[in-house]
Write a protein that binds this ligand. Sequence first.
Ligand code: NAG
Ligand code: NAG
Ligand code: NAG
Ligand code: NAG
Ligand code: NAG
Ligand code: NAG
Ligand code: NAG
Ligand code: NAG
Length: 454
Amino acid sequence: MLKQKKNSPHLNKAVVMCFVMVAMTLFGLKISGKGGGAVLSATSLVQRAGLRKLTKPFCQSWSATDANNRSLQPFDQWHTHHPHWIVTSESEEEFCVEPAGKSPIIRDMMLLYANQFLSSCKLVHTRYQWGSGWSADFWNINLGLVHGLYYRVPCIITNWEENDPHIGFERTHPWNYAANKKDYGQENQTSLVCEAGDTTCYFLPYHGCGPIDELKNDSSIKLLQYEEGNKGGDVSIWTDEGWSAYSFVSRKQLWFRRAVFDYKEMFKRENNWSEKSDCTVMHVRRADAIFERHYYPVAFYVEMIPEEKLNDPNHYVFLLTDDSSAIEEAHEFFPNIKWAYFNRPRHNITSSGWEDHTPSGDPALEVIAIMSAFDLVQDCSTLIHGPTGFMNYIYAYMLRSGQHINLTKYDMGSTASANRMNAVPLNESVPLLMKILEEMRINKTAAQKFSEAN
Ligand SMILES: *[C@@H]1O[C@H](CO)[C@@H](O)[C@H](O)[C@H]1NC(C)=O
Ligand SMILES: *[C@@H]1O[C@H](CO)[C@@H](O)[C@H](O)[C@H]1NC(C)=O
Ligand SMILES: *[C@@H]1O[C@H](CO)[C@@H](O)[C@H](O)[C@H]1NC(C)=O
Ligand SMILES: *[C@@H]1O[C@H](CO)[C@@H](O)[C@H](O)[C@H]1NC(C)=O
Ligand SMILES: *[C@@H]1O[C@H](CO)[C@@H](O)[C@H](O)[C@H]1NC(C)=O
Ligand SMILES: *[C@@H]1O[C@H](CO)[C@@H](O)[C@H](O)[C@H]1NC(C)=O
Ligand SMILES: *[C@@H]1O[C@H](CO)[C@@H](O)[C@H](O)[C@H]1NC(C)=O
Ligand SMILES: *[C@@H]1O[C@H](CO)[C@@H](O)[C@H](O)[C@H]1NC(C)=O
C-alpha cells in the first residue's frame, strides 16, 4: 500500500481520501464492483450521453484511422479523469470499458490520480529522469510519482532541461523513446513524437499542472527539485506500489491503443498465433548491452525450454530481441522450432552504439512494438531471459494477467554455460560468441554426415 508522510504540512490521508471523493463527485464516479449493467454500444455514445454521466460499462466504436490521429480525443479527456475505468476488450470495431473492482492497485491509482490532478500546483515536485532502458526509465518515473504522493505535491518528470547547469548534456534530451538519439540537441528534431517529448506522447496526461516551462516561468510556483531518498517505499515493478504507479502513468491514449491493437493483429496473422497450443517467451538482449554485459548464443536459451514443450509441435517460441543476428541464429540452428517475432528493423550484433533504442528511426513504432509485446507475452506460460531489467516488466505483465497457473521463468544468465562466457572480458564476448557458433556449425555438419552415412 502506498504511504503518505505522517504529519505532512500539506495534507493528510483523510484529505487525500477527501480529494478522491471530490474527484468522484466531479466526474460522476461511483465505486462499484463489476457493473452488472447492460453494455451500451453506440458510435458516439461518449459524446451523446455526456462524458460525465457514465456510470455503467460501455463500448465505443473505433477504426484503424484512429491510430493516425495523435491528439487527445474526447475519450482520452474522459479517461484521464476516470483512473479506475479499465478497457476490458478490444476488437476491430469497438473497445469496451468498465469500472474495475476494488483492488489495492486501483486504490493506489486513485490516490495517485487525486494527488497528481487535485492538489494545488503552487508547489510541484519535479524529478529529472536519467534515461536508460525501459526499466530504468520507469523506475525513475514511478519513484517520482510515489515521492510526490508521500509529500502530497504533484510530481512532474522533467527530461528536457536545456539550460540547467545541474544536469549534464546527456540528460538534456527528450525521453529516449520519444525521439531518435541522433536528433538530441539538434534544432530540427524531426523524429520527436510530440512536443512534450515525454511519456505523454503515448500515454494519458499524468498531472494537471500544465507545461513545465510555464510553471518555471511563474514566480509564484515553487519547484522542489532533486528530491531524493526512498520515501514512500519500494517502487520496483514487483511491488503493488511500483505496479500501481506504472499502471497509472502508462494508460494508453486512444490513437496509441489502436496502433498497438493493429500491430498485434498483424503479428497474429503473420505468425498464425491462434494455432499455437502454448508459447515460451525468449528475451535475447544484445545490441548496446555489450557495454556492460555479455552476449550468449540463442542455443543457451533454447537449452532452458522444458522438454515437453519442445516436443509439442504447436508450441511457439516468441522471440523478443534487439538483434537481427539472433533471429538468423534461431532459424539456422533450430529450424524445427516454431519461432514467432515482430517483423521490424533491428540492430545487427554491435551495430547500435550506446542507448540507441530506435533502430527503425521511428520512435513511436518502437514503443508500439514494446507495448504489443507486453500484451502478447501474457499468452505464454514460460519466460527465458538473460541479465536485463526489461525482463522484469515482461514477467510482471505475465504474472499480473493471471492467465497461467504454472507460470515459470528461467534465468539463462545464471547457468554454467553463461558463466563460462562471463569469464572472458567484455571485449572478447562477441569473438567468443562467433567462435561458439562456428563450432556449432562444424558439429552440425559432422552430425549430418554421420546420419547420412548411417
Ligand atoms: C483528430 O481528432 C480530433 C478530436 O476528435 C479532431 O478535432 C481532429 O480534427 C482530428 N484530426 C485529424 C487530422 O483527423
Ligand atoms: C527539418 O528536417 C526535415 C527533414 O530532414 C527537412 O525537410 C526540413 O527542411 C528541416 N527543417 C529545418 C527548419 O531545418
Ligand atoms: C519562459 O521564459 C523564457 C525567458 O523569459 C521565455 O523565453 C519563454 O518563452 C517562456 N516560456 C513560456 C512557456 O512562457
Ligand atoms: C501460417 O499458416 C499458413 C497456412 O497454413 C502457412 O502457409 C504459413 O507458412 C504459416 N506461417 C507461419 C509463420 O508459420
Ligand atoms: C548482420 O551481420 C552479420 C555479420 O556481419 C552478417 O552476416 C548478416 O548478414 C547481418 N544481418 C543483417 C540482417 O544485416
Ligand atoms: C500445474 O502444475 C501442477 C504440478 O506440476 C499440475 O498438477 C497441474 O496440472 C498444472 N496445471 C496446469 C493448468 O497446467
Ligand atoms: C581486450 O582487451 C584486452 C585488454 O585491454 C586486450 O589485451 C585484448 O587484446 C582485447 N581483445 C580483443 C579481442 O580485442
Ligand atoms: C561440438 O561437439 C563436441 C564433441 O561432441 C563438443 O564437445 C562441443 O561442446 C560441441 N560444441 C558446441 C559449441 O556445441
